[in-house]
Design a binder for this molecule. Structure first.
Ligand code: ATP
Ligand code: MG
Length: 465
């Protein structure tokens, strides 16, 4: 469907285009911003290509701040008006002997040559200041048809740069476009080039892909691409599960669960991996029902290994792993259990776990869903109330601290932590209330006889929990 541009070229980008053309050079908007303008979306960054050499570009902007982003590759960033603009000299790329980076780039004088090095037709359109298009590969028509198509021979383009395999899937998910048939076939056939792509670059594309509106369709259509960097997915994709809770096999359930989760990297990664331990834990009972005992623990170990392989940061890896490990945990809808889990996971982690459980339920047999969702709602309301009431669920919230413990005669060092944690446990369970007088009394009961009496002498340094 044809959409007319709803967003205008930013004032900053206009100014850059104007300055370069007034100086006698060619200059066009190019890449993502043109694609987004043509599909009626707001561009998030402004790329300009020009016949001016980097030095000449710089000379056009002596008054402005210019950052030499990648001078060797012909890119400078001009900071003008409201937007930074990346200005790149028309260039051609040399051969790709390592399937990831051109051996060299050379500056050229023709816009068409520059457009020909770009990955997909929708990304290879140039737009002049007046809105006129230079579109030698039919990108505009592909945008109208919502198609992702390689510029040139797909097999060759994917072999040059394996990252394009992930970019194609990422755009398909983000934009909700189909991948044109030859392009789709070539990326499947040549998916092994992903081996030569840096793990960090794969994971950046993967996160964007997972957060996309059309993630389910991409996972369904291209499972083998994901197996290329995460072979551990293979058995999950093949997994059949005969249980009263599931109406789908392992992969289709995973896809539904991913789609049901909020578009956030941690949650979507968790859903992608939450059942990764199932194939290795499958058993079938005499009645023919499948069981997956221990799959959450096994899954957490696999998830850890997979996230390490793609070089995810520790924070993401640790959080996803914990959520996978706990995704199946039954949390009884009682304050003391909610406080315990708030303590174990922290408030953010607790609410993430509820999202994970919600998304997991959405991918299960329909009869089960309503009851489970209602229970999760109750848990969420209970946790919110605990937080709003300022109830204690961490050591920091406890009405006594390390200084009080030492003043009560507890030996400095690990003993303090042990005693405070013991008190916290009792507070979480609702056995004792979080009142200073009550807790001080309990502390004194733990301390040695001789220090039990006057205890308000000047305390040792504060130990914080
Ligand atoms: P977005 O910014 O939304 O990720 P984009 O298309 O702008 O989309 P960028 O990575 O910013 O993507 O790249 C800008 C342009 O550079 C692309 O539109 C494309 O023309 C070209 N390009 C980027 N990466 C590649 C690549 N791996 N192979 C060929 N051309 C590429
Ligand atoms: Mg961009």
């Amino acid at each position: 469907m044809r959409k007319e541009p709803e967003f205008a070229i930013s004032a900053g980008a206009r100014q850059v285009l104007q300055r370069l053309t007034e100086a006698g050079y060619e200059a066009y908007l190019v890449g993502g911003c043109v694609r987004d303008l043509l599909r009626g979306a707001e561009p998030h960054d402004w790329d300009i290509c020009t016949s001016a050499l980097p030095e000449q570009t710089r000379a056009c902007f002596v008054e402005e701040r210019v950052i030499e982003t990648g001078l060797r590759h012909g890119t400078v960033t001009v900071l003008t008006g409201d937007t930074p603009c990346e200005v790149t000299t028309y260039r051609r790329e040399g051969p790709y002997s390592d399937n990831r980076r051109p051996d060299y780039v050379s500056f050229v004088s023709s816009l068409e040559t520059d457009l020909a090095r770009r990955d997909f037709t929708m990304n290879a359109i140039a737009m002049g200041l007046d809105g006129s298009l230079r579109d030698p590969f039919g990108g505009r028509e592909d945008i109208q048809r919502e198609l992702i198509r390689c510029v040139g021979e797909p097999a060759q383009r994917f072999q040059e740069d394996g990252l394009r395999v992930m970019r194609a899937l990422r755009f398909a998910s983000e934009l909700g476009y189909q991948i044109e048939e030859n392009t789709g076939r070539a990326l499947r056939e040549h998916r092994a080039v992903l081996r030569q792509v840096a793990a960090e670059r794969i994971h950046v594309e993967l996160c964007r892909l997972l957060a996309g509106q059309n993630v389910g369709e991409v996972l369904r259509q291209y499972p083998e691409v994901f197996c290329q960097f995460w072979p551990q997915l293979g058995p999950l994709i093949a997994l059949e599960q005969n249980t009263p809770w599931h109406c789908w096999g392992g992969w289709e359930h995973t896809i539904h669960a991913v789609e049901a989760a909020p578009a956030d990297a941690v949650l979507r990664l968790t859903m992608l991996l939450h059942d990764i331990g199932k194939p290795g834990c499958k058993s079938t009972d005499e009645g023919g029902t499948d069981h997956f005992f221990g799959h959450a623990d096994a899954g957490a170990r696999l998830a850890d290994e997979m996230l390490r392989a793609l070089k995810f940061d520790n924070r993401t890896r640790e959080r996803v792993t914990v959520l996978v490990k706990r995704h199946d945990m039954q949390i009884p809808c009682q304050e003391k259990y909610v406080r315990r889990w708030l303590n174990r996971l922290g408030a953010e982690g607790f609410f993430q776990l509820l999202e994970v459980k919600r998304a997991d339920s959405m991918g299960q047999a329909y009869e089960q869903v309503e009851g489970r969702l209602a229970e999760l709602e109750r848990l969420s309301a209970q946790a919110e109330e605990i937080i709003v009431q300022g109830q204690c669920f961490t050591l920091k919230d406890l009405a006594v601290n390390g200084r009080d413990a030492v003043a009560a005669g507890i030996a400095q060092g690990p003993e303090v932590g042990r005693v405070l944690n013991g008190l916290l446990r009792r507070v979480l369970d609702g056995e004792v209330c979080n009142e200073r007088a009550v807790l001080l009394e309990l502390l004194r009961a733990e301390g040695p006889e001789q220090t039990k009496a006057p205890h308000d002498k000047k305390g040792p340094p504060l130990i914080t929990g």
